[in-house]
Design a protein. Structure first.
Length: 385
């Protein structure tokens, strides 16, 4: 799923001061401690904020056992995930991927139905053999992010907006992720590169909105995120900062008082776009986190239309109702970006249009998302319905 509205600029830099502290960002300053070196040419993504390979030890530990502790203790094995759900491997043949491994925090796991191999939350996070299906339409960079790179960490696709890839880390590994093959390791940014990123943004006064993406920007700690916002808010032409995140859905304890306080301050309007695909993802803790966010920011939700997850009018209607009750406005319903390994999630545009028409017959207009597709080199999202 991509993070842009019609006619928006998706691009991103990474902040060097985040490195060596609590941030699992792919940006490390020239003077900060670095993870264990990898062989030359190895640009595998630092996908996991919880510190597999010991990375977490580089960062501050004071706030364990809070949301960081939940990341640390996440489930990292498909076999273990099935075992804890009372399921057998013959019911769901697991693909233990080393390139894009299982990562499921306990807070999210608790919402998966025990003993149900067709649970819609489980389908989003469990790697299965279908990921090996060879379909030439599904590629590593389906939205051509790499062609849009204009400065370290910056993707600039749309007029007026730029997107910063601020980290490669996520709190959960969604199997349909359109950046599952993104070379995050190649985006490690030094102090000098961060200055280049700021210079690029400062030099284009048509950029009125910066999007923070990744990975998930909220895997950065509150202090590091605050420093990043401070730097961006030094740009006089910037009017809005938009944060695309799944963390309030996956680990709602990430919505801390410190985070809320910083989002409420500063000269720019903050927009937070969360990502929920199914009503079962929104339990009471998530609802409280969303309500807290909605008091301080413009709060939107975008979903991906996924086969076996939310490809029915009942599932979508319940999701939209739950979002509105949590004051998160349903914003976009994305058709699947054709990323390699996710073809089994694909739903046709024709079926998507039919679902939106049915939703319009059941819900008020403000509760019905727009069905969109990301078309590379288009001037914005392509509205389907």
């Amino acid at each position: 799923m991509n993070e842009e509205p019609p006619s928006s600029a998706n691009e991103s830099p990474l902040h060097p001061r985040m490195a060596g502290r609590e941030s699992p960002s792919p940006i490390f300053s020239e003077s900060s401690p670095r993870p264990e070196s990898r062989p030359a040419g190895d640009s595998r993504p630092d996908r996991d904020a919880s510190g597999e390979d010991g990375q977490l030890e580089l960062f501050a530990t004071q706030d364990r056992p809070g949301w960081r502790g939940e990341l640390r203790d996440a489930i990292r094995s498909g076999a273990l995930l099935l075992e804890r759900l009372g399921l057998e491997a013959k019911q769901l043949p697991v693909l233990e991927s080393t390139e894009f491994p299982v990562l499921v925090p306990e807070a999210y796991f608790s919402r998966i139905r025990h003993g149900d191999p067709r649970d819609p939350l489980l389908r989003q996070v469990l790697p299965i053999a279908d990921e090996l299906t060879d379909d030439v339409r599904f590629v590593n960079d389906p939205v051509q992010d790499l062609a849009a790179r204009q400065a370290p960490g910056v993707l600039h696709k749309y007029d007026g907006r730029a997107l910063l890839v601020v980290t490669g880390a996520c709190a959960v590994h969604c199997r349909y992720c359109f950046r599952r093959h993104f070379p995050y390791g190649a985006e490690r940014v030094s102090q000098r590169a961060w200055r280049q990123t700021l210079d690029y943004l400062r030099g284009d006064d048509s950029i009125e909105e910066v999007l923070l993406s990744g990975g998930d920007p909220l895997t950065l700690g509150d202090e590091s995120l605050g420093e990043l916002l401070d730097d961006l808010e030094s740009l006089s032409h910037l009017r809005r900062i938009r944060i695309h995140t799944r963390l309030p859905i996956v680990i709602p304890s990430r919505v801390t008082p410190e985070l809320l306080d910083r989002l409420a301050r500063g000269p720019t309007r903050k927009v937070v776009v969360v990502h929920a695909n199914h009503a079962n993802e929104i339990d009471s803790a998530v609802e409280r986190a969303l309500l807290d966010l909605a008091r301080e920011v413009v709060l939107l939700n975008q979903s991906v239309l996924l086969s076996g997850v939310n490809d029915s009018v009942d599932a979508l209607a319940e999701l939209c109702e739950r979002l509105v009750a949590s004051r998160a406005l349903p914003y976009y319903l994305h058709l699947l970006d054709p990323v390699r390994g996710a073809s089994h999630f694909d739903v046709s545009g024709e079926q998507g249009r039919a679902l939106i028409e049915q939703l319009r017959g059941r819900l008020p207009g403000y509760a019905v998302p727009r069905l969109v597709r990301e078309v590379p080199r288009a001037v914005g999202k392509t509205i389907i319905a």
